[in-house]
Design a protein around this ligand. Structure first.
Ligand SMILES: Cc1cc2nc3c(=O)[nH]c(=O)nc-3n(C[C@H](O)[C@H](O)[C@H](O)COP(=O)(O)OP(=O)(O)OC[C@H]3O[C@@H](n4cnc5c(N)ncnc54)[C@H](O)[C@@H]3O)c2cc1C
Length: 501
């Protein structure tokens, strides 16, 4: 291989989101010279990670362990907060349940088993967390009780997380090349030999023996979406990073990497029907407290099947399958105080009315007669003797309906009524490359590709059909940390071999 190289380093990390920056920090910790490539300009750095709330799922046994992650939280706050516990087994079970038991057991075991120690590692690297009051715990009888296995988020949300990771990288002497896209992996029979990049429009080459692919999935690539997810996926709202267009995965496949995971499904949520692609404020996730109807006036999902963070990632797809690929979330005045912040923005497609008849007229596109029949049947089916409690799966359910509502079923009978027009928005894709427990990318011959590691959305095999909220960031951190460490060791070992030759 006779190329002119413009840079030389031990480890190249492709991407600059959570998985990439964890990998870079971890590689540097091992003493490896590390370069990070970010396709986006500096002000748009960080991929999908930037758009998250920074909510992160990890296993913990008790309040004391939470204190080790957030030592700054005052005693008074701890007194009014019930964090409960979330064991490794519960996390593992959630992953299995959410993915129809398809998740790769080795990767799932690594993710759940290493989640707490990785949280500690993040805090040692100056990433700070706070409790997710409000979204994951409602205050009832003076106590915030957490539910759903997710209790902390990064300070400053996704943007705060990205800034903190980049600051830590900078402090540790890691270079980040912005507006620099990886376009090709250079590869010989011995393994990785370098990366071809387009740096601010100029093609260049980096000499390296170790690469960590952490460039996200292909949710923002309409052609790949339609090719792998199928018809109509070109029509969905595209959320978050426009830079996750799948070339990281493609580059790996081009040198013989093995595809893995659920290529025909994606994380997709319900959100505003008319918001332009990539605009923030899309998702509308308070549906467990109301109902969702389609243009035929019919309900089609169990809105209260589980806590929101166990259902939201698959309900987008169910809306895509409805007539006109849309639906309406309906709430009455009783539950309006429980609606999340995102329902209050100015760019929200909603109508409000003093009667259900007027609501249907204002929506316009709903079959009014069937809609009124549907709500009457829904109201009739609720057993009011079970108290409503948003902090637990309260078992306040419908009886006798074809599509049940299993929890938080409240009659829709108190004006004013509100209808929010929603459609499907894609968040990230599940298909990617196959890795082993060392995060080494596997080839189509089921062997490791020397020097190639992967972490984050670029990896396939962990999530299928659905995913437990907060597991995306944790996966990026756990596998990013492992990938960085192993990539560094590999590169430094190779350098040693050359030196001794
Ligand atoms: C709106 C939203 C909210 C979410 N909320 C949460 C949450 O609260 N908790 C949670 O756990 N998960 C959440 N997720 C999922 C989460 O964002 C992802 O699982 C996680 O951030 C993926 O991290 P990553 O590092 O793999 O990819 P990303 O953060 O997307 O980073 C990919 C990086 O690669 C760069 N890149 C792409 N191609 C190239 C190339 N060819 N060369 C160089 N660079 C390239 C991109 O610019 C980007 O910097 C959310 C997602 C969205 C969209």
């Amino acid at each position: 291989m006779d190329h002119e190289f413009h840079y030389e380093t031990d480890v190249v990390v492709i991407g600059a989101g959570n998985a990439a920056m964890c990998a870079a920090i971890s590689a540097r910790e091992q003493g490896a010279r590390t370069i990070v490539l970010e396709k986006a300009p500096e002000e748009e750095k960080g991929g999908n990670t930037t758009y998250t709330h920074g909510s992160i799922r990890f296993a913990y046994n008790n309040q004391e362990e939470i204190k080790r992650i957030i030592p700054d939280l005052g005693e008074e706050d701890f007194k009014i907060t019930d964090f409960g516990s979330y064991s490794e087994e519960e996390f593992y079970d959630d992953l299995c349940r959410m993915t129809d038991y398809r998740t790769d057991p080795a990767l799932a075991g690594l993710l759940t088993g290493k989640s707490f120690e990785t949280m500690k590692w993040l805090t040692e690297h100056n990433i700070r967390f706070i409790p997710i009051y409000g979204r994951q715990a409602f205050k009832i009888d003076g106590i915030f009780k957490f539910w759903g296995g997710m209790v902390l988020e990064a300070v400053g949300g996704g943007q705060g997380l990205v800034e903190a990771l980049h600051q830590e990288a900078k402090t540790n002497g890691i270079s980040v090349l912005y507006e620099t896209m990886a376009t090709e992996l250079l590869h010989t029979d011995e393994g990785i030999a370098g990366v071809v990049i387009k740096e601010q429009g100029k093609t260049k080459r980096i000499k390296t023996k170790s690469v960590v692919l952490a460039s996200g999935g292909f949710h923002a690539n309409v052609e790949m979406r339609t090719r792998y997810l199928g018809p109509k996926w070109d029509l969905v709202h595209t959320r978050a990073s426009k830079y996750n267009t799948g070339e990281g995965i493609q580059m790996a496949l081009n040198i013989g990497a093995l595809p893995a995971g659920n290529w025909s499904e994606a994380h997709s949520v319900t959100g505003d029907r008319y918001l332009p692609d990539f605009e923030e404020g899309f998702q509308k996730l308070s549906y467990p407290f109301g109902i969702i109807v389609n243009a035929d006036g019919k309900r089609f999902v169990d809105e209260g099947a589980d806590f929101r963070n166990y259902t939201y990632a698959k309900y987008g797809k169910m809306i895509l399958e409805q007539p006109k690929n849309c639906a309406w979330q309906i709430f009455d005045a009783k539950v309006a105080p429980f609606l999340r912040e995102e329902y209050k923005g100015r760019k929200v497609t909603k109508v409000k009315a003093n009667s259900l008849e007027e609501l249907a007229d204002k929506v316009g596109e709903i079959d009014k007669e069937k809609f009124l029949e549907e709500i009457a049947a829904f109201n009739e089916s609720i057993d009011d003797s079970v108290p409503f409690n948003p902090n637990i799966k309260d078992g306040r359910k419908t009886k006798g309906l074809t599509i049940p509502k299993s929890n938080w079923a409240n009659k829709i009978d108190t004006a004013p009524f509100e209808a929010y027009a929603v459609t499907c928005g894609i968040t990230f894709t599940y298909g990617g490359v196959k890795i082993n427990e060392k995060t080494e990318v596997q080839s189509i011959l089921y062997e490791k590709i020397n020097g190639l590691y992967a972490a984050g959305e670029v990896v396939g095999g962990l999530f299928y059909k659905n995913y437990p909220g907060g597991a995306g960031l944790m996966a990026g951190s756990v596998f990013g940390k492992i990938a960085g460490e192993n990539a560094a060791k590999f590169a430094l070992n190779q350098a040693q071999i050359i030196e001794n030759a």
